[in-house]
Design a protein around this ligand. Structure first.
Ligand SMILES: *Cc1c(COP(=O)(O)O)cnc(C)c1O
Length: 387
């Protein structure tokens, strides 16, 4: 009997320990964890460098208010700015908070230049930006918003890939377009580079802001530090979370100078956001992930993984419909029962997680070993052969 509310459909298993890409269940069984807490454990479980960073900070200071300067946060912000398009950063505790700040910044920007009516955010229908009241209405998903009215206004929606509808939905009151560079929950749908470029051009032409939600696909997950990087596009605002904390809850919003300057004292705040413990871990994640060699290794692992998954697709054309994704954010779209497939993978000691459109989501830690990918491929092969 559990005293937790029933809002999750949990698998009947729990874990006592994690080491690198593996989780050890209470019953002693060892699982290859290619779920990584949904792209959170970016450097695997109990990563020695992260453990050290956390322990070191734990002995110094856990928490101080944002009423004071937090050097660990200054350091992490500097690292993020040096590595990316951004000129400044606001720290949060989660992805949904980061996307909400992105919305706040966009609105405040137009308010500050005397256009307060320019406040609507244009999003992809059935996207995912988190579970707070505004974020669920940003998603335009019936499932997520049902029963949580009144509807939060200020969001418009277009269908993924339907460029005509996107253009039609932009009005004089549109402040920003907010999209996930790679849709995660939505089924691992990648926005191609040419499309990101056109999106930027469109935003420039209409004088609106571009928000790219990199909460799931950012921080090296795509093989680049940000999934939009290869397109050379510069967004105005980018919410991040998940992978940056390596398992410690944190989020952030990255902004260019044009928009960040409107966030003057009093416009936003957070008790825990930028907490020294989170910042210390974030700094160490950055030290590792922002390294070019590290990212090249992610790209090479991805190439190997995707090539072999596509071979499995050839081998099992009646089971695998499509291999999707970029870097180590991978989706296997199948024809068969998704839940049963995930269950069978788990019986064979491989943990994965589902996404929309009957996609099995595969998110190994970014420092996964090639040997571990080989093991996962064998398990997927075996499960396919039993359908
Ligand atoms: C997970 C996710 C969020 C929400 O993050 P939380 O930390 O769960 O609040 C927002 N946007 C995207 C793209 C996500 O994948």
């Amino acid at each position: 009997m559990s005293f937790l509310a029933n809002n999750y459909n949990r698998k009947k298993i729990s874990f006592k320990k994690g080491i690198g890409s593996y989780l050890i269940a209470k019953n002693g069984k060892k699982y290859l964890d290619f779920c990584s807490g949904i792209a959170v454990n970016s450097l695997g479980h109990a990563n020695p460098r992260l453990v050290k960073a956390l322990n070191k900070q734990a002995k110094k200071v856990w928490h101080v208010s944002n009423a004071f300067i937090i050097p660990e946060g200054e350091e992490l912000a500097k690292k993020l700015v040096k590595k990316t398009f951004a000129d400044s950063v606001i720290f949060q505790n989660s992805g949904t908070e980061a996307t909400e700040v992105a919305i706040k910044v966009a609105r405040r920007y137009f308010y500050s230049i005397g256009k307060p009516k320019k406040n609507r955010i244009l999003c992809v229908k059935n996207s995912f930006h988190g579970r707070t009241i505004a974020a669920i209405f940003a998603s335009g998903s019936k499932k997520m918003t049902e029963g949580f009215g009144p509807k939060v206004s200020g969001f418009d929606h277009f269908t993924f890939g339907d460029h005509e509808s996107l253009k039609k939905k932009i009005t004089k009151n549109t402040a920003a377009i907010m999209v996930e560079t790679i849709m995660g929950e939505g089924g691992i749908k990648v926005i191609p580079d040419w499309c990101l470029k056109d999106l930027r051009k469109l935003c420039n032409k209409k004088k609106i802001l571009l928000i790219l939600d990199e909460v799931q696909c950012g921080i090296g997950r795509s093989g680049d530090f940000f999934a939009f990087e290869n397109s050379k596009v510069k967004p105005d605002i980018v919410p991040i979370a998940k992978g940056i904390g390596g398992g410690f809850p944190m989020g952030a919003v990255l902004m260019n100078k044009k928009v960040s300057k409107v966030m003057v004292p009093g416009t936003h705040g957070s008790t825990f956001g930028g907490n020294p413990l989170a910042m210390s871990v974030g700094n160490e994640v950055m030290n590792i992930v922002s390294n070019k060699k590290f990212l090249n290794n992610v790209k090479n692992l991805s190439k190997y993984f995707l090539k072999n998954l596509n071979n499995l697709k050839e081998k099992y054309p009646n089971i695998i419909k499509q291999i999707r994704g970029k870097g180590l954010l991978i989706g296997i779209q199948i024809y068969k029962d998704q839940n049963l497939f995930i269950k069978k993978l788990m019986e064979n000691k491989l943990l994965t997680i589902k996404a929309a459109e009957n996609v099995i989501r595969i998110l190994p830690p970014l420092n996964v070993k090639k040997k571990e990918i080989e093991i996962a491929l064998k398990i997927i092969d075996k499960v396919c052969s039993t359908f």
